[in-house]
Write a protein that binds this ligand. Structure first.
Ligand SMILES: [Zn+2]
Length: 340
């Protein structure tokens, strides 16, 4: 085990002040909390010997979405700062209050990924978002924002990206996903802010919340290293990893209309046909109250795993392709536990 190094606390991330060829671990002051001291965001900066791009990787902007943390830890172990060109800025925990509370939202129960870029004066979450963007994310040339499904749901390994934009499409295709979904400016997301401000960005959804799923983490890591090869930050041949992915033109959730005990039938990445039975809602006496059918043919991107459901609960996240037929099955991605 290596010696644990002292971590410096800084008010701002000034990449040019950091020594080249080294790994730097900083706590960046963001907004003040109720103790009157700043929330500190952990940032690992790997500054290469030579000039190059600055790639930012953020995780846990939703405080219970943890697969990205392990992805970043493995990335730190994989990169030799002496052989790196440019700078890697890694933020393993973006929403520190949410992480401490083991919840998606910030401490005021607001979703940080709906209010970007925040405001210098406003609610607690807006002030935090403002400083997070200004002190950290605005320094990036490219952004990969790592997420997972929300509490009570599971996800495949999928990308949300504006693939009409050439640079975002390239970032998406350099990853190793099961599914890519075309998403445009989703209001208030970190990705949308970055794209509007000249920082090509995609969201990588890595499986399930509150867990480390190492097969998905390793596939994400492979995609990030592939991106670094493309950006000429590290040596190596760029690979076309996306050949097996399903490309969806849009996606949406199918909700229950009745409350009760729900059984969602298809698995992640299963393709379903229009009219196929996808969920059954029972009453608490075991009688079938509602049968839910797919309204279109598509692929299961995510699904609910919590059987006790109020009316209107999101059950199946369905991806739809307008032109290309979706693959019958996604090979090479079947080794993970849906309920992990
Ligand atoms: Zn998220």
């Amino acid at each position: 085990m290596e010696k644990i190094l002292t971590v410096k606390t800084k008010d701002d991330l000034k990449i040019s002040s950091l020594k080249r060829g080294e790994i730097h671990r900083l706590q960046i002051h963001v907004a003040d909390n109720s103790l009157g001291v700043p929330w500190k965001v952990p940032v690992v900066i790997i500054r290469g010997m030579e000039k190059g791009k600055t790639l930012g990787v953020t995780a846990a902007l939703h405080g219970d979405e943890l697969n990205g943390i392990s992805t970043i830890f493995k990335l730190i172990e994989s990169v030799d700062p002496k052989k790196l060109k440019g700078t890697l800025v890694l933020v393993p925990i973006s929403n520190t209050p949410g992480y401490l509370l083991n919840q998606r939202q910030f401490s005021d129960n607001v979703d940080l990924n709906r209010i970007m870029p925040g405001q210098p004066a406003g609610s607690p979450s807006k002030i935090y978002a403002h400083h997070f963007i200004n002190k950290i994310v605005s320094k990036f040339n490219y952004l990969l924002d790592l997420h997972t499904a929300s509490h009570g749901r599971v996800n495949s390994l999928y990308i949300r990206a504006d693939i009409e934009d050439e640079e975002c499409q390239r970032l998406a295709y350099l990853q190793n996903p099961q599914i890519i979904v075309k998403k445009y400016d989703e209001e208030g997301t970190l990705r949308s802010w970055a794209n509007k401000n000249g920082i090509p960005a995609i969201t990588i959804e890595i499986g399930n919340p509150n867990a480390f799923q190492h097969s998905l983490i390793d596939e994400t890591l492979e995609g990030i290293l592939n991106t670094m090869k493309f950006l000429k930050m590290i040596d190596g041949e760029v690979q076309d990893l996306v050949t097996n992915a399903a490309i969806c033109d849009e996606s949406y959730w199918i909700n229950s209309t009745k409350g009760g005990v729900v059984d969602v039938l298809p698995g992640l990445t299963d393709t379903v046909k229009k009219g196929q039975l996808i969920a059954i809602v029972y009453d608490v006496f075991g009688q079938v109250k509602e049968e839910i059918f797919a309204d279109r043919s598509g692929i299961v991107i995510g699904k609910n795993t919590r059987p006790n459901c109020d009316a209107g609960t999101r059950l199946v996240h369905l991806g739809i392709s307008f032109i290309d037929p979706l693959p019958e099955e996604i090979p090479g991605h079947d080794e993970y536990d849906e309920n992990a």
